[in-house]
Design a protein around this ligand. Structure first.
Ligand SMILES: [Cu+2]
Length: 484
């Protein structure tokens, strides 16, 4: 029985159930790579070691206001984090230019600025004794601040983290004076008022199904173009996102088990090379998308590369940039990639929840989590109140694919309805389980069924509370399921 998947009318013919992966010509071919793989493993180990050293050096970028300089990273066109905090006193800022152009870092109110910093270079700027206050900073190269290279240094209260992954988060645990009822009422009113804007209309929708062209031999051919494009994350907040086909998340790609797949990538990023890794899809070495190991980098400004593989069993994967992943992915270069459907536990009872024998899924919803870069705390590329609600009819069963493309874990919680987790990372569970809060770590995917049995508007959100609320009201990773 075919499952109706609203946005995928062109994929209506379903391969009914998962069959165990069988060896294919494609897989057997990969045996020939075994010797090469051994050499590769050594290279990977060396690279990994280098990465660990680099990463541990980087962990110190979380702002420490009492010792050592604050760190800020310049790219085209962002200052990350855009909100820096420090305690009053001697403030030093280490500025890393991780972009491909020359940038500088200026704090006009303090008459302090760096010299121009070449791509790849770092400079530490001593701001001297700084008193409490708010100090805008920017790159003074013409046009760069207007494109997003600006931010604010807040000096005053005891310092809090300004790690990129926490951009926009309120880490204060409440700044309003608990002995000031008027201030508390004002904050409470702001919180209540923030609901009114939901769901806000913004420009652009991510996850749009990508329709392939069909080659003479039946191969499904998809076109992906990487570029830096404007993206409206929340009303009026337009960022320079790193996108596939101009949207965040990139287009939703879904193929059937047995399809031959070709993905043609054009890299229109300025300067930056890229590659595309099909995370969780066993696409074979040649399509692993890890430059310089499995392929040459796809150069920016128009480089092209073609990935081909056989989609030989059901999988829930995602695609994203591997090169410069820590910048490219949070900034928007990610998307959902599915092969077939996860098998449904029809006719079974899971934690007391009976799943009908003739279960019909009325909607499949990709739910892509992010928390960093220019996109920040978001669901499917949008931050509350621009997050899209899911509308169902009472009695519907829906299937949600959670994907975490961010840098932090997110416990996703839907009010009222328990979820039944039927697959983890595209691997069907032998024992599906029920939950109402599912932690999703970076890189993970969970396939979850929800039976929406009660009319209402049910809030659906990350349960790390500063991912969803700040002093000005609701933000980030909140949406709702509206049951009619
Ligand atoms: Cu979260």
């Amino acid at each position: 029985m075919g499952r109706f998947r609203g946005p995928f009318p062109h994929l209506e013919t379903r391969v009914p159930q998962l069959s165990p992966p069988t060896p294919t010509a494609d897989r057997q071919r990969s045996q020939f790579f075994s010797t090469f793989a051994a050499i590769t493993a050594i290279v990977v180990f060396l690279l990994a070691t280098a990465t660990i050293v680099a990463v541990s050096a980087k962990t110190n970028t979380t702002t420490s206001t009492t010792s050592g300089p604050i760190e800020v990273t310049l790219t085209e066109f962002a200052m990350t984090p855009a909100a820096l905090t420090a305690s009053a006193g001697d403030v030093k800022i280490t500025v890393h230019n991780k972009g491909s152009m020359v940038h500088n870092f200026s704090v006009p109110a303090l008459s302090k600025k760096t010299a121009d910093i070449a791509a790849g270079q770092s400079v530490t700027l001593d701001l001297g004794q700084v008193s409490a206050g708010s100090y805008p900073f920017l790159c003074e190269i013409p046009g760069h601040a207007d494109s997003g290279m600006k931010g604010t240094l807040t000096v005053g209260a005891a310092g809090s983290s300004s790690d990129a992954a926490m951009a926009g988060m309120d880490m204060s645990g409440g700044t309003t004076d608990p002995n000031d009822p008027a201030a508390l009422k004002a904050e409470s009113d702001k919180m209540q008022a923030s609901f009114a804007a939901f769901p806000a209309k913004t420009e652009g929708t991510g996850n749009q199904p990508l329709t392939p062209t069909i080659a003479a031999d039946g191969t499904k051919v998809f076109e992906l173009t990487a570029a830096i494009t404007d993206w409206e994350v929340s009303p009026g907040k337009i960022v320079k996102a790193w996108t596939y086909n101009g949207m965040v998340p990139g287009p939703w790609i879904k193929v059937n088990v047995g399809d031959k797949v070709q993905v043609n990538v054009t890299n229109n990023l300025p300067g930056a090379g890229t590659d595309v890794h099909f995370h969780g899809i066993q696409a074979g070495f040649a399509a692993d998308g890890v430059a310089p190991i499995s392929q040459d980098i796809i150069p920016g400004d128009g480089g092209k590369f073609t990935y081909t593989f056989l989609a030989d069993h059901a999988q829930v994967g995602m695609y994203h940039a591997h090169n410069m992943g820590e910048m490219a992915v949070p900034n928007g270069m990610f998307g959902a990639f599915e092969v077939g459907d996860m098998p449904l536990p029809t006719g079974r009872t899971v934690s007391g929840i009976a799943i009908p024998k003739d279960l019909k899924i009325t909607q499949e919803i990709p739910m892509v989590l992010n928390d960093a870069g220019v996109i920040g705390l978001s669901l499917n590329g949008k931050a509350f109140p621009a997050t899209a609600p899911v509308v169902t009819n009472v009695g519907d069963w829906i299937e949600v694919q959670y994907y975490n493309e961010g840098l932090a874990i997110h416990p996703m919680h839907l009010h009222e309805f328990p979820g039944i987790v039927i697959a983890k990372d595209g691997l069907p569970l032998d024992s599906p389980y029920a939950m109402d809060t599912q932690v999703i770590a970076p890189g993970e995917r969970y396939t979850v069924l929800y039976h929406t049995t009660e009319v209402g508007t049910w809030v659906w959100h990350c349960h790390i509370l500063n991912h969803v609320e700040g002093p000005d009201g609701m933000l980030g990773m909140v949406t709702a399921i509206v049951v009619k």
